[in-house]
Every structure is written in C-alpha cells, then in structure tokens.
Design a protein around this ligand. Sequence first.
Ligand code: ARG
Length: 454
Amino acid sequence: MWGGRFSARPADIMQAINVSIGVDRRLWAQDLAGSRAHCRMLAAQKIITGADAEAILGGLDAVEAEIRDGTFPFRDQFEDIHMNVEARLAELIGEPSGRLHTARSRNDQVATDFRLWVRAACDAAVEQLKGLQSALLVRAEQHAGDLMPGFTHLQPAQPVTFGHHLMAYVEMFGRDAGRFADARARMNENPLGAAALAGSPFPIDRHMTAAELGFDRPMGNSLDAVSDRDFALESLAAASICAGHLSRLAEEIVIWMTPQFGFVTLPDDLTTGSSIMPQKRNPDAAELVRAKTGRIMGSLVALSTVMKGLPLAYSKDMQEDKPPVFEAFDALTLALGAMTAMVAALQPNTERMREAAGSGFSTATDLADWLVRELNLPFRKAHHVTGAAVKRAEALNVDLSQLPLAELQSLEAGVTEAVYKVLTPEASCASRQSFGGTAPEQVRARIAEWKTRL
Ligand code: ARG
C-alpha cells in the first residue's frame, strides 16, 4: 500500500518488528466506525461521489460481516488493522476503495480508533466500578452494626463496624470512577482530519466526523492530534490508582481469611485447594487481584517511557501504545469482576470479629476521652493515666472493662462506676457520631447517600 517508491520487499526482520495486526486487530470496530464517518463526510463535502461512498460503505459492511463470522483474512503483510481493512475492501469492491484514504492518514486514523477504544474502556470501567460499589453497599448495609477491630499499623486501634470498613472502599471506588469520567471528558475530542500531521487541503468537515463519532469537538491542533497519547496515559493512571485500591482490599481479604484472623471465608467456588495439603483453602482470586496491580501499574510506566522525549508529530514508537493499554484494561476488567464476586460472596464470621473488636485494649481511647469529659483532665494527662491502666490490666491479664474500680481509682481518684459504660466496643462505636464516623447511624446515613448517588 506504500510500495510505490520501493524496489525491494521488506526483510523478514523488518516485517517482524513492524507488524502490529496481532495486537491492533482488536480495534476493528473502531476502525470501521472511523472509516464510515470519514466516508460519509467525504461524500457530504463532495470530495468523493455519492456512488463511490455507497460502494465503500457497502464494502465496509461486508468487511464487518467477515470479521464477525470469523472469515476475515487478517494478514501480516498488511501490517495493521487499518491496511488490512483497506486491502480487503479493495478485494471486495475494487476501485472506489482507493478513494477512502483521501484526506486521511493512518496517523489520524489510529489516533481516532485508539481514542474510541480507550473511551469505551473507561466507560466500561465506570460501569464495573458501580457494580462493585453496589455489591459493597449491600454488604455494608447488612453489617452496618457488626463490630470488628479497626487497625492502624495492623495493630488493634479502635473498634469500627464492618459496614464502615466496607464503605471506605465505596468512597475509594467512587473516586476511581470519577477519574475515569474525568479522563473521558478530556479525551473526547476528534483527531480525525489532522491527516498525517498538518491537516488537509481538501474541504473536510471535522465537526461532522466529530459528531458522528460521539466526540465533543475536533482537536484544535493537527500536530497534537496525531501525537497525543495523554488520553491513554491518563486512563492508565486512573486504572493504576484503581488497581491500587483493589489490591488493598484484596490484601485485607487475604489477611481476614487466615485462620489466625478468621474474619471471613469465601465459598468453594471462589477459592482453590492445594494439590499436596488437603486442608488448604486458598484465596487465589484475591491474591491475583492484588498481583494484577503489577501489570496495570507497569503498563503506565511502559507507555510513559515510550512517549517520553518523542519529537512531534507521529513516530512509530507510538505503535507500542496499544499492548500496555489492552493488557492493563484486560487485567482491570478481570480484577473488578473477581472483586465484585468476592465481595458479594464473602461470609463474615461476625462473632469472631466482635470478639477481636474488644481485644487489644481497643477502648483505651474511650477511657481517656471519658477522663477528659467527666473529670476535666487535660487530654495528655488522661492519655498517661489510661496508659497506666492498660499496663495494670495487662499485668492482671484482664480487659480494661474488667479492671476493678479500685485499680482505676488508684490511678485517678475521681473515676466512678459510670466509666464502664464507655469501655465496651459497642459503646465505643456508638459514640463516634461525627460525620463520617463509625457509629452505625452514621454508616447507614452514608449508605443511603451512596444509594442515591449510584
Ligand atoms: N500501526 C500504526 C500504529 O499503530 C498505525 C500508524 C502508522 N503510521 C505510519 N505513518 N506508519 O501506530
């Protein structure tokens, strides 16, 4: 298709390093959409005749039918999806096919196709995130009042509710969906019509192709239009942050599923066994969600590195944009799907969690707060007194709530019986009524808000 000035065929190694059809065949639907829009615009602008446009559109339909029924010949000799489609079109309809590439280059063609693909991938990620958030909301509502230990440094800190913990992820995944939506809004401009790099001398209508392809407007600079891959980078950044969130939740599931924690189990169909150790139930899906983060974040680094330092406008380096993006979104799709399934099927052991919520002197802060509120101690003093109480309880091998009143009074004379009311994990959670706090009413209020938002 570009052989006019050549007298030798590409060497095998030239073809081997150049060919991209194995990867970019995934863009076939976007390539056909772009070609149809371009063809209609060429006819509307009288750059090609109506008869040629009809022949081309008919031929593109035939190409689509072949691709859909698996008979389309994807051929390495035609390098990429764009030239494979055009070569087949020529075989199917002959001469008019040669007019489709008027006022177009593979540079604006691939930029358009890829933008359309990434835009759809971002939309799909938002939908999957909403599904995951909905699954989390259901579970959070079921467990809005069930206690578990809240951790800092993975050490017992203060009791929280399991619903509160799950809702933390609803917030994270909500921001992730927002990042994909932001990226989509910024990427939604049409590169088509930039042609090779400088625009076109034909009277093309870039607004028309923009509208047909669902873009908000044409891109404002033809050099930028063919050489920008920010949209892919931004989407990979959104995917990387999202993957980071998924991997944190995956890690928690792995920890919670250890017999040592025993907070949750996953059903048979979402776990695997060991071929040697008959007792094993392994959280492979959670581990793999955690691991997919490597691919996804790696893809962001890979494409950033490809793009760094490229002079304007198009360079063939940019053909290497697609593998990382496809790989990242494939991994993200799997990870979001697996996580949604795990969240829906988690079987929490609420008794075990409740028991753990009260251990580790998790209500020590409540004792300190009580000393501040009721005895008007400065917080630092109250903190010190409570530390001494924890030390005493540890020595006596009891919980704070079991520490005799005389012991507490020996540390701070004014302490009364009333203090015990704040030393249970239930009271601790119930008291945290600040907006966004772990009190079940607060958790339920946030759940109600998210239900409306979703
Ligand atoms: N396969 C190429 C890519 O993905 C299409 C654009 C090629 N353009 C060119 N001038 N060789 O980037």
